[in-house]
Design a protein around this ligand. Structure first.
Ligand code: ADP
Ligand code: ZN
Length: 538
């Protein structure tokens, strides 16, 4: 067995060098490649950029050489298929793809090449693989022993809990029953426990060996700052730590992207916008400049980044909250692929929480799916509110235990923590009383005015100065109360109705806080809240 392994690895290494031009396998690649060449099933969990493609490309070459025929690669993204096939062709590997971008004639031509055994790898969209027509092609190949392996890329798509559920993936289970004996390798960069179990169950990979790489990116420093004046904070961050370096700034909307790019340019930075609303030609030009030149700051929606492989991105900044931890990890993971120190920086505030919750509430998705999204958002909010090590939290989400990292904001500058439990109870009981007194719900500003004892016009209009909680929270600053509200909303102890002027509503989760059963710990804000004027000191 051992000599078999040595022989297989020497052979695999020759392909790695001669075809791909790399000197050595990385991380767990060698183990995976050896296992698959030997005909075993594998589930590979490797972070983005870890080098998953070679885990099936090298076995495809080796197994074809041994007379096993063609590898079928199931991939959900047309753009990635094009990139991969393009790179393989350049390396002299016979590869092709089948997806909706091909005309009928083109697709027929590819199928003929497959039947003739001319291909080492065929990439195909999942919905294509399970058509009767394609299956009968595979049946023929299988009968003659000319199917070398199945690679199922982005395998988390099979799971409802994955961030990218695709029902077509479920049908791929038939590959196991129909083509028994052909090794299967499923790959993903999303590995939380539930998703992993789902992949194993739905793709019938119970007997597959699991290769789990660490998701830690030790050279990335994580920082999540409280959002005060985000543009100014971003400028300070870039100018203070990354002057003249390449980076990506993510914003939620196209409009924001344009605004921020313009501001960065005005401040002398080499910033370019990128979003799906720009012409394809403009997007390509901006992407090329980012890839080729040093010091370009790409200001973008999440439309930017898939398949981008630039090693020296020194920072990724988020001006708005991503959808979930998977997104955050994937986007920040584009920093520091070369292993050198890099920053993942995010500004986060109350409005982010409100916006993300509203986007989920207002989406046309099924309630069941919304529930999953809400759970994922909550996990991200917990990361943002955390006062302990960010990396420990991030890795724990992916099922990995670790100790304090010494390279995140909370480790480097442990935040002073204050106990906001009393303030939280005051806020919740004010919301309760206001509702009782006038059967109306109000927004954060008004509730804080009551608590701090401000006799505003609105307070007087509703006679809220007569409430028993009026003025009892005068010792708290507005900023402190905002922090408490944010955390109450983040943890679900308070709800915001975005369709009714962002009014606040008690939830079932409010009870535990009101009864003093749940502590509310908050980070002490450092410095003064930034004012509205955008004067900057140099
Ligand atoms: P993933 O699919 O896991 O995100 P890729 O397969 O796209 O990662 O690989 C990411 C980058 O790392 C690619 O540019 C790839 O060529 C490079 N790479 C992968 N394995 C090696 C290796 N053993 N040596 C050098 N570069 C590698
Ligand atoms: Zn840390």
């Amino acid at each position: 067995r051992r000599s078999g392994t040595i022989h297989r690895l020497a052979n695999a290494l020759a392909f790695l060098k001669n075809v791909f031009g790399y000197a050595a396998f990385r991380g767990q690649q060698a183990e995976v490649v050896d296992h698959v060449i030997a005909g075993g099933d594998a589930l590979v969990l490797m972070p983005t950029g870890g080098g998953k493609s070679l885990c099936y490309q090298v076995p495809a070459l080796a197994r074809q050489q041994a007379g096993h025929g063609t590898a079928i690669v199931v991939s959900p993204l047309i753009a990635l298929m094009h990139d991969q096939v393009g790179a393989l062709l350049e390396a002299g590997v016979q590869a092709a793809f089948l997806n909706s971008s091909l005309s009928m004639e083109e697709a027929n031509a590819v199928e003929r090449r497959l039947a003739r055994g001319e291909l080492t790898l065929l990439y195909a969209a999942p919905e294509r693989v399970t058509t009767p027509r394609f299956l009968s092609l595979l049946d023929n190949l299988h009968r003659e022993g000319r199917l070398s392996l199945f690679a199922i890329d982005e395998a988390h798509c099979v799971s409802q809990w994955g961030h990218d559920f695709r029902p077509e993936y479920r049908a791929l289970a038939l590959l196991h029953t129909r083509y028994a004996g052909v090794p299967r390798i499923a790959l993903t960069a999303t590995a939380d426990g539930v998703t992993r179990e789902d992949i194993v169950a739905h793709l019938q990979l119970e007997r597959a060996r699991q290769f789990v790489s660490s998701f830690d990116r030790p050279n990335i420093r994580y920082t999540i700052a409280e959002k005060k004046d985000p543009t100014l904070q971003l400028l300070r961050f870039i100018e203070g730590e990354h002057q003249g370096e390449s980076g990506i700034v993510y914003c939620q909307s196209r409009k924001r992207v344009e605004e921020i790019a313009a501001i960065l340019c005005r401040e002398g930075l080499d910033a370019l916008p990128y979003h799906a609303g720009l012409d394809a030609e403009v997007r390509q030009r901006h992407q090329d400049r980012f890839l080729r030149e040093d010091g370009v700051v790409m200001t973008a929606t999440i439309a930017f980044g898939m398949g981008i492989d630039k090693p020296d991105v020194r920072f990724v900044a988020h001006l708005d909250l991503p959808k979930n931890i998977e997104g955050y990890y994937q986007e920040t993971g584009r920093a520091g692929r070369d292993g050198l120190p890099s920053d993942a920086w995010m500004a986060y505030g109350l409005q982010d929480v409100v916006n993300q919750r509203r986007m989920i509430d207002e989406s046309p998705a099924a309630e069941e799916f919304k529930q999953v999204q809400r759970g994922k958002l909550d996990a991200l909010l917990a990361l943002a509110e955390a006062t302990d090590c960010r990396r420990v939290r991030l890795l724990a989400y992916f099922g990995e235990a670790s100790g304090p990292c010494g390279n995140c904001d909370n480790c480097l500058h442990p935040p002073a923590v204050w106990d906001g439990t009393e303030a939280a109870r005051m806020l919740l009981s004010t919301i309760y009383r206001v509702k009782q007194a006038s059967d109306l719900n109000f927004g954060a500003g008004h509730v804080m005015d009551i608590l701090r004892g401000k006799e505003t016009e609105k307070v007087l209009q509703f006679a809220h100065q007569r409430l028993s909680t009026f003025g009892i929270g005068a010792q708290f600053s507005e900023q402190q109360l905002r922090g408490v509200l944010r955390q109450l909303i983040a943890t679900g102890a308070l709800a915001v109705d975005a369709s009714a002027f962002n009014t606040l509503h008690l939830t079932t989760g409010s009870r535990a806080v009101l009864k003093g059963e749940q502590q509310v710990l908050l980070r002490e804000s450092v410095g003064q809240p930034a004012g509205r004027t955008k004067t900057r000191q140099r």
